[in-house]
Design a protein around this ligand. Sequence first.
Ligand SMILES: [Zn+2]
Length: 331
Amino acid sequence: MRICSECVLPETFPGISFNRDGVCNFCQSACSSDRLERERAKYRRKFEDLLARHAGTSGYECLLCFSGGKDSAYTLDILKNRYGLRVLALTFDNGFMSPVAQENIGRLVEGLGVDHMVFRPRFDLVRRIFALSATESFYSGKTLQRASSICTSCISMVKSVALMTAIEKGIPFVVYGWSPGQAPLHASVMQTNPSLMKAAQRSVREPLVQRFGNEVDAYFLKEHHFERPELFPCNVHPLAFLEYDEPTIYARLAELGWVRPDDTDPNSTNCLLNTYANHVHQQRFGYNPYALEIANMVRESVMSREEGLRRLSVRPRSEQLEVIRQRLGIG
Ligand SMILES: [Zn+2]
C-alpha cells in the first residue's frame, strides 16, 4: 500500500495522486505554517470579539456538545476557566458510551461547576439507524471521506439536537470539541444560516424518515425553528484556532480527574461503536475514516507522522466487533 511520504493518506483515498517524491496532492496544496498561524489568530480574534458583543446576555452563554471524550472535555475546561463562560453541557447518549466516559462526564461537570443535560434517544430506534448505516449507503462520497456512515448518522442527530436546544433556550453559541484535523479552520467560527441548515438537514433527515418513519423527526428542526433566524447561534470549534497539543491536553485532564478509557479504539476516548464503524468503513472503502483527520493533524504538526500511522494501523479484535454486532442486532 502506497502512503504519502509527508502525511498518512493511502493510495486508496478518493481523489489522491502523488508527485515524483511520493507527496500527495493534499499536502502539495496545504498552506504554509506561517499562514496557518496568522489564520488561527484571525479566527481566535473573531471568536473573542463575538464573545465581547454577547457579554452580559442572560442565561447560558454557550452550549457545548459534550461527549466526554478528551477533546470536548478539554474544550469544556477552556470555556469555563479560560473564557469564564456560563456553559450548558449537552451529552447525546447513543447507547454505546464507554462506562469510563460516563464517569468522566460526571466528574467534569461536577468538578467544573457546569449545568449538564443528557439526551438519550430510544435505543431500539437508534440501534436500527446505526445497523442500517452499516450496510446501506445513503450519504455522499464527500461526507464519507471525513467520517464513517455510522458516525455521520450519529453526529447529524447530535448537531441537530444541539441546534434545536440552543434556539429554544436562546443560547448564542454552540461549541464543539472538534480536533484541528476534524473541522476546517475557515469554518471554526461560523454563524448558522437557516436556509443552509435546512438544506443540510434535508440531506440527512429525508433518508432516515423514509426508512424509519416520522419518529425520527423528533431529532430534527421543525418549520417554526427556521422561522426565527435571529435565534440561530454561531457554531464554534475552539480547538481549530487555539493551541492543540495532546500531552498538554492529557495532563490538564488528569488534573480534572479525567481517566482514559481502555475499552475504546485509539481514535476515540468515549464511543464503543466507533471501532465497529471504522471497521465497516475500512472494509467497504479501503481506507480508515480517520485518515483525513489524522493527515491534517500530521500536516499541521499537531501529531507526529509515526503516531498517525500507528493509530491507523490498529485493527479491532474480533470479539470486540462481535459484542457491538450483537448490541446492534446484526450478525
Ligand atoms: Zn500527504
